[in-house]
Design a protein around this ligand. Structure first.
Ligand code: GAP
Length: 553
């Protein structure tokens, strides 16, 4: 019996912590190199995570290269000639502005400093005092000498208490009193040395210290090819999968004789030396992308950009991410990549905020033009109709595999209070409500009791027959209710239980899950249990396979 969803208690950071814990407990995602203390920004997918990720990639691949006539598949190398990265502009400009703390030496992306400060313990404590109106000298002194010393030892208030306090009171008076200041302004005063000449200081999120001016930091991982490590052997791990598709445009065109508009699709690893990997797998240093480079006639880029936006929105719906949870951001001119003539970001409502899932960019003919110029090889398309040669424009829907897996996990995660049918006690049921298409395990087969050979033999027979068709599991330990819960927690949509009615015949006439009638006494039917509703019904074994195939297709 369901009493209600615990959706409210699942908000924000609490929900994220539960998801991370579940991912580890049940084998979805582990920290890379965990037994050696981990590696920041790298993750390993466990037995269930890899199935989920594979289902996602297979479905994307099928949607792009099998269900459409105008896209062909491709698999480029991760290592490419350095000239590729020079031509694409990555070597010169693929960088984030970064600031360093002058005291603790930690590095931060310049645009991420305030979000990081707002998540720090010391900011929380000061913001709470601010909200409660406890910012008198006595309280600030007490905080600086205790928690402040521990959490933000380099904040001006902590390092230079009397001077900062007297400067602060002057500044607050000059500004017309505390009520005129925001928390941010107030905290900037607490971080500013009295003798600072440069205006207010943004403090280090980690220790409260002073930050350097921003400087560019290239995000590509540099490596060397061959035995000598010098300038001539440098290349990079690819930071996006896209470039190989541009570089091989002509080969793909010549071997497929495709006509515009047509696309090249690729799924593969990309590497970025992110300054602050964070939010579980959301911002990683090693991740996978699913990208299409869609080549179109000059001038038609804007209309294809719109088409791809709609196409991608309905694709997310088809994997169980509702349209209402995806926000379309028209990226403003100042924030667009330099090559882009228009970009939409599809953003998902993650528990840690609305954040990018996929970028859809109109790249114009920038990439083909750059590679044609640098390689001195013609990359034009010959238009049979107009008898003209030209460089096509490109529209690129570029999705992150890991971010989509994370969105699927966040969307699927639910907790509800239920009454256990056997004990009558209330308990919290954790359930991952994956769409059957994405679920790592599609169905679990259970003999009702493991010490009844006839039940076990029949369950094993069904399990064996399903194995070639889909990923299924077999489980015979623990009470049946416990087994159902274990599979709810990993998102298995269907439970198939072989019980005494399977062997002896249905106790009473009923309607099968297929809608067909089942007569009283009919043998070879099983209990089919639905993960989301926990509803149970019977189905004939003979109908089970086609019914399941239809549900998971
Ligand atoms: N070829 C275009 C391109 O790479 P992008 O917006 O930088 O564009 C595309 O990346 C997608 O790749 C993002 O929308 C995101 O899903 C994923 N992605 C980018 N950086 C990532 C990171 N550090 N960790 C995980 N996924 C990332």
């Amino acid at each position: 019996m369901i009493y209600g969803s615990m959706a409210d208690s699942n908000a924000g950071a609490g929900k994220m912590e539960k998801i991370v814990a579940l991912c580890k407990r049940r084998g979805f995602i582990f920290q890379s190199s965990e037994i050696y203390g981990g590696l920041n920004g790298a993750w390993d997918y466990g037995p269930l995570g890899v199935e989920l990720k594979r289902n996602l990639k297979d479905y994307w691949w099928r949607s792009m290269t099998q269900l459409r006539d105008d896209i062909v598949g491709f698999d480029g190398s991760i290592l490419m000639n350095r000239a590729v990265w020079q031509a694409s502009g990555h070597e010169a400009t693929f960088s984030d502005p970064m600031v360093a703390c002058k005291q603790c030496r930690k590095l931060f992306r310049a645009d991420q400093v305030w979000p990081a400060i707002e998540q720090s313990d010391w900011y929380d404590a000061l913001a709470e005092m601010f909200a409660l109106g406890q910012l008198d000298t006595l309280n600030l002194k007490k905080w600086a000498e205790t928690k402040g010393r521990r959490d933000a030892p380099n904040l001006a208030l902590v390092r230079n208490l009397p001077v900062t306090l007297s400067w602060l009171s002057e500044k607050v008076q000059a500004d017309g009193g505390l009520s005129k200041l925001s928390v941010k302004e107030f905290i900037q005063y607490l971080a500013t040395e009295q003798f600072a000449q440069t205006g207010l200081i943004t403090p280090c999120p980690h220790c409260g210290g002073e930050l350097s001016e921003p400087r560019a930091f290239n995000l590509m991982f540099k490596t060397y090819i061959g035995a000598t490590q010098d300038e001539s052997s440098i290349t990079y791990l690819r930071p996006e999968t896209a470039q190989a598709m541009f570089v091989q445009f002509k080969n793909v065109l010549d071997t497929t004789q495709k006509k515009l508009p047509f696309g090249i699709a690729q799924i593969g690893k990309a590497f970025r030396n992110e300054i602050n990997p964070r939010n579980f797998t959301f911002r990683s240093r090693e991740f996978e992308q699913m990208e299409v480079e869609f080549f179109v006639k000059p001038g038609t880029g804007p209309e294809w950009l719109e088409k791809w936006r709609e196409e991608r929105l309905s694709w997310y719906e088809s994997i169980g991410i509702p349209r209402a949870k995806i926000h379309v951001l028209t990226v403003p001119d100042k924030d667009r990549a330099f090559y882009s003539q228009g970009t939409y970001d599809l953003e998902y409502e993650f528990p840690f905020g609305v954040q990018e899932l996929e970028g859809i960019a109109h790249r114009g003919n920038y990439d083909l033009k750059q590679h044609a110029e640098h390689s001195k090889k013609p990359l034009e398309y010959f238009d049979e109709e107009t008898k003209q040669k030209y460089l096509p424009e490109v529209v690129e829907p570029s999705a992150g595999v890991d971010r989509t897996v994370l969105a699927l996990l966040c969307e699927a995660f639910d907790e509800e209070t239920i009454k256990d049918d056997e004990s009558g006690k209330e308990e919290v049921r954790t359930v991952l409500r994956f769409s059957p298409r994405m679920a790592p395990i599609k169905a679990a087969v259970f003999p009702l009791l493991k010490n009844k050979p006839e039940l076990v033999a029949k369950a094993r027979e069904i399990y064996g027959a399903l194995q070639p068709l889909m990923k299924v599991a077999y489980a015979d330990t623990a009470a049946i209710g416990r087994r159902y819960r274990r599979f709810d927690e990993i998102g298995t949509p269907f439970g198939i239980t072989v019980d005494f009615e399977t062997l002896e015949g249905a106790k009473e006439a009923c309607t099968s899950a297929t809608g067909a009638p089942i007569a009283a006494g009919e043998k070879d039917t099983v209990t089919l249990r639905h993960r989301d509703s926990m509803k149970q019904e019977r189905i004939a074994i003979g109908d089970l396979f086609s019914w399941l195939l239809m549900k998971v297709a």
